[in-house]
Write a protein that binds this ligand. Structure first.
Ligand code: SF4
Length: 363
């Protein structure tokens, strides 16, 4: 049965960047039934995702996709989706898809009034830091991140006391408070370039220990590390990769994200950010690929490369999976949950993010 949402919209008036917004937009489709109109409106998307979404499931997703795409036009909203979102979000409703760096870059330049972040909380916060005048919505504010939860702004201040004068490089997977205490941010797409851009022989690198170890192996700069880990990538093991290689034989390429432990990266053929992995598949077109990262990534990339066989190891990020089509629709209907950042903290955090954006990506 198609789920129906039962809440009612109250009349709300809201101002975004000085513009008045009437939030009593009626739902564009009267019901969430799979009608012939919905079927027509979503036919192209359906065709694209047929290889990863079974036909049986399409009538459940399609009404939400049609309603969301119509409502975001009414709201002048864009949906930014991380590469780890499920295919019905990634291919069905997103205006931009990418890794953390790509989402930050797109969020900084879009002229939409509203940004809906189909990702985790630090990504929405980063969008708000870069676009304080815009309304930034996260469909589920509980979508967190084990890396962001591993460190606070107070921890960074203590590290600065312990290592006076050593600059702080912070992964974007952190809260606004932590970014505000940092000199510059980085992502897995540009971490080595950012560390080297500072022209010093030692940096404090926070909070991902494994990414830090990988960066340290690529540069002469000495890194002082923190013990934060991604709960998804830390579960992979080198033994698991050796088993994939043995089972898949010749012609398999193993791509791993640098948030994985060092023994995993040592077994991989290529190490890079999610965007770098996608580029690698496009450039080399291997016969078979194993992507050592979050589960949905392979589904999303497989749609673009039907000639490549994807072996799908499945470690799900429970935080990313909190974002669903019904929650995105509800978010656009109610304009909740809005992400707010204290203006003073936001201004300091913005400096660290903008310094990173000035260096750009290096993958
Ligand atoms: S995959 Fe890991 S780093 Fe990414 S949001 Fe989930 S817990 Fe955080």
């Amino acid at each position: 049965m198609i789920p129906a949402l039962s809440y009612r919209l109250d009349m709300l008036n809201l101002s975004i960047g000085g513009k008045k917004m009437n939030l009593e937009s009626p739902r564009p489709y009267a019901s969430l039934d799979y009608t012939p109109d919905v079927e027509r409106a979503t036919a192209q998307i359906h065709e694209k995702v047929r290889s990863v979404i079974p036909d049986l499931e399409w009538p459940v997703f399609a009404p939400y996709i049609a309603a969301i795409n119509e409502l975001k036009r009414q709201r002048n909203a864009v949906i930014l989706a991380h590469n780890y979102q499920t295919p019905e979000i990634f291919h069905g409703v997103a205006d931009y898809v990418g890794d953390s760096l790509g989402l930050a870059q797109f969020g900084a330049k879009t002229d939409a009034d509203v940004i809906v972040l189909a990702g985790v909380h630090f990504m929405a916060e980063t969008a708000k830091i870069l676009s304080p005048e815009k309304m930034v919505l996260i469909p589920d504010p509980k979508a967190g991140c084990s890396l962001a939860a591993s460190i606070t702004g107070a921890d960074v201040r203590l590290l600065r006391e312990r290592y006076p004068g050593v600059p702080v490089v912070t992964y974007v997977n952190t809260s606004a408070d932590v970014k505000a205490e940092s000199d510059i941010c980085c992502t897995s797409a540009n971490a080595v370039a950012i560390v080297e851009s500072l022209g010093v022989d030692k940096v404090i690198f926070l909070p991902d220990e494994f990414l830090g170890k990988w960066v340290a192996s690529q540069t002469d700069v000495q890194l002082i590390l923190w013990k934060g880990h991604c709960e998804v990538h830390e579960r992979f093991t080198g033994e698991e990769l050796r088993a994939y290689r043995a089972a898949q034989g010749e012609g398999v390429e193993i791509l791993a994200h640098p948030e994985c432990p060092p023994d995993v990266l040592a077994e991989a053929d290529f190490v890079g950010s999610t965007a770098a992995m996608i580029k690698r598949v496009g450039d080399t077109r291997p016969r078979r690929v194993v992507m050592i990262t979050e589960c949905s990534m392979s589904d999303n990339v497989a749609v673009e490369f039907p000639d490549v066989e994807f072996v799908r190891p499945c470690n799900l990020c429970p935080h990313m999976k909190r974002i669903t089509l019904p929650k995105i629709l509800k978010s656009l209907e109610t304009m909740e949950t809005q992400v707010e950042v204290d203006p003073e903290t936001g201004a300091r955090a913005r400096l660290a993010v903008e310094r990173m954006l000035a260096v750009g990506r290096r993958d």
